[in-house]
Write a protein that binds this ligand. Structure first.
Ligand code: 5RP
Length: 223
């Protein structure tokens, strides 16, 4: 099976976590896109969705799925999204698609985080995938110095030779070379660096369930 076929398989499996009659939180990225395509098939069973990025909102609307503003929602049963890495405790690195801030906000309002990923995303120790950090632009160098003191190497993410700007108008520093043995502690430490908007570590509130796409089928991990 190709990586895309594995992603499609977990996207299909995630549909069973969507609660009829309830709004669903939807993540960002290629796996989340496959999920949106599957969600479209059952769109008449839900009022709509909350999107974690402009790209996801656009794709939901293209499928005729109503997009709700998070401010209209008090809670939702489930948030479904991909990950760049996930460990055996359900902690994740996210933000490869630069949507980490809205992803973390929408996930915080959901009762359950269902991670959908191909099997390559499951790792023993996170950090091989550079850790995305969303930063206020004027704090770029100040934050980079602090991140480098933690043992990583912060690099500005570029797009077409220019700093990539998030949906919130901020920049992304990708921290290379970290070995994240204690993700909860590192997330807390980084959250205290002035100028950081969001750390792409989802550890204090990680996944509750992970649907992993493997050659032999979809494996369900619960945390
Ligand atoms: C976007 C994310 C994505 O969930 C993560 O990058 C995984 O993406 P993909 O499903 O394309 O592998 O965090 O900000």
């Amino acid at each position: 099976m190709t990586q895309d076929e594995l992603k499609q398989a977990v996207a299909r499996a995630a549909i069973s976590y969507v609660v009829p009659g309830q709004i669903v939180g939807v993540g960002t990225g290629s796996t989340a896109n496959f999920f949106i395509d599957e969600l479209a098939k059952i769109k008449n069973t839900i009022p709509g969705a909350v999107a974690s990025s402009e790209a996801t909102a656009a794709r939901l609307r293209e499928h005729g799925i109503q997009v709700f503003d998070l401010n209209e929602i008090v809670s939702m049963p489930v948030y479904i999204d991909g990950a760049d890495e996930i460990d055996a405790s359900g902690a994740m690195i996210k933000g490869g698609g630069a949507a980490l801030t809205r992803e973390k906000i929408v996930a915080s309002v959901a009762e359950k985080f269902v991670c959908i990923a191909d099997g390559s995303k499951l790792v023993k120790v996170m950090g091989k995938f550079p850790l995305p950090v969303e930063v206020i632009p004027m704090a770029q160098n100040a934050v980079a110095r602090q991140l480098n003191l933690l043992g990583g190497e912060a690099r500005l993410r570029l797009k077409d030779g220019q700093p990539l700007l998030t949906d919130n108008g901020n920049i992304i520093l990708d921290v290379h070379g970290l070995e994240i043995s204690n993700p909860v502690a590192l997330e807390a430490l980084m959250n205290n660096i002035v100028g950081i908007v969001t750390v792409g570590l989802f550890a204090k509130k990680g996944a509750d369930v992970c649907l992993l796409g493997m050659a032999e089928g979809v494996k369900t991990l619960t945390f």
